[in-house]
Design a protein around this ligand. Sequence first.
Ligand code: MF3
Ligand code: CO
Ligand code: CO
Length: 271
Amino acid sequence: MDNRNRERLTRDGIRLHEPRDFDGMHKAGRLAAEILDAVAPMVSAGQNTGALDEAIRTLIDDAGAVSATIGYKGYKHASCISVNHVVCHGIPSSRKILKNGDILNIDVTVIVDGWHGDSSRMYSAGKISRRAERLIQVTHDALMQAIEAVRPGNTFGDVGHAVQSYVERHRMSVVREFCGHGLGRVFHAPPNVLHYGSPGSREKLEEGMFFTIEPMVNLGRPETKILPDHWTAVTRDRSLSAQFEHAVGVTENGCEVFTLSPAGMFHPTRN
Ligand code: MF3
Ligand code: CO
Ligand code: CO
């Protein structure tokens, strides 16, 4: 029997990976995190997002890895860079010049030995407002609350509830139109990992599941719209939006976070 025949799926079509698969995800996740670490010093007022993307592309090449986003549904870039009221899927451009006080999310997905490393985090250009800082803090902490809920026996509803309850307690809103996803040898696999929900609802978490948690949080209302470029998602009310993304694997007692920053730089203002 070849390996393919031994691959296990749940009734919901969620792949259950083997212990050795964690090593592949760890390597891919670490490269994504290293790249997000490496671009941090380049983010400043006057810089353009096209140049950041070029740097990311080079870092991926130099590592001998492959960008998962170039060519994905016609997308042409090695990252998504989403500034201020852009919720996600911002298209890097030499014409998009960062200014003092901007906040931005950089999202990178790499493929290493066939495994996907997908992570994003927030950066800032110059001095940002108190409100922007709070938004970034709450979004980061909401992701960490969700990760705390990842263990066998809990459900994806528990994960979504952890995000939603934390965010709404801080009077901010959770975007509904985009979600996390299973990943592994595939970029976007089942399940949809919603960032809202009720405790105990949805699929049960099982050891060997790999997925992302990537909440998008708005200072204003949750609604988004897509710009005519068919990619850029923005808040309808033009309020500021933030996002953090980690890829995790469910272990016997909890989870392993594959995309931890080797330099401890995941949170932008805490170091
Ligand atoms: N990395 C994004 C995610 O977290 C997906 C980007 S797809 C792209 O799932 F085509 F917009 F790059
Ligand atoms: Co993702
Ligand atoms: Co991503």
